[in-house]
Design a protein around this ligand. Sequence first.
Ligand code: NAD
Length: 338
Amino acid sequence: MKVTVFSSKRYERDFLRQHPTLTRVTPHIDFEFLAMPLSEGTAPLAAGSDAVCAFVNDALDAPVIARLAEGAVRCILLRCAGFNHVDLAAASKHRIKVLRVPAYSPFAVAEFAVALLLTVGRKTHKAYNRTRESNFSLAGLMGFDVNGKTIGVCGTGKIGRLFAKIMLAFGTTVLAYDVYRNPEAEAMGVEYVSKDDLFARSDIISLHCPLLPSTRHMIDAEAIRKMKTGVILINTSRGELMDMDALIKGLKGKKIGACAMDVVEGEAELFFDDHSGEILEDDRISMLMSFPNVLLTPHIAFCTDTAMLNIWGTTVSNMLEFKEAGPDATLTNEVIIQ
Ligand code: NAD
């Protein structure tokens, strides 16, 4: 079985080659690792492969899928949970299976959302830089207690529920909005409310829903208008859940107290590569990074040793299941158009 891996980074290749669990199976798979992302231009490089392995910012729209089909690729192995970047109708038309890793470590992402909150809340990133310069002043380092706050969780799936559980342990009130109420979350003490109610009552709002037409720009000017002045926004889900123009306006107008993001609209052009020394062309990302109360990390919430093992373990088992069951079987982690 030949698999062309796009957007592959050295840390992943080393992990795959060295991990004792994975090295038992990986020698039987002919991996070709390419650092470049998947695009219409690079898709022909996969010609003759049984599968391509793609990550969150690889393009998998209809033209790319058509190029993959021309090269007789029969399977797309997503080494991520989200599939908002895949044209499923195009994949189905070309009889290309789409397999994903539905859950690799919700703990990794939920814990990172907490880390973002505590970092903007206690300014640990600023204190760290300051002490390295032998500046031990406390000026400007006043933070806030999370205890006693009202937390709004948008999306109570695997990650949102864990985030809510951790927040409850901090002694907070947790409100949630989701299209489905989760009984496990309710049993923990989470109160489901309408989206507007969540916006109006929360001191801190954390986003954990997938990017869908119904969630794109769910944080827009209207939503921000309904929020408390000084609200803290945390986004570890997808950048496009936030309207960047509205976010910048909310920050400039001091309606938003702070915003911590692991994902941002336009990240595909920048993230996972070193652009230091370049002038960034994305004016909105540049502006966001200039705000002292904005914390931006490069989509690393998933990046733990446990998550990496699960990502590659599931990707390899998806690949082997596809090989054994063939193109007509319905596979365990297949993404099917609803
Ligand atoms: P999940 O599928 O378990 O949960 C998603 C929840 O969102 C579900 O409860 C669903 O009902 C809810 N939802 C769907 N549409 C909604 C809407 N219109 N309004 C409100 N809620 C809605 O997913 P998960 O594993 O918890 O992951 C959540 C998201 O986190 C993923 O979709 C992905 O975008 C993001 N993620 C980010 C990273 C990272 O490294 N930053 C890693 C993994 C996942």
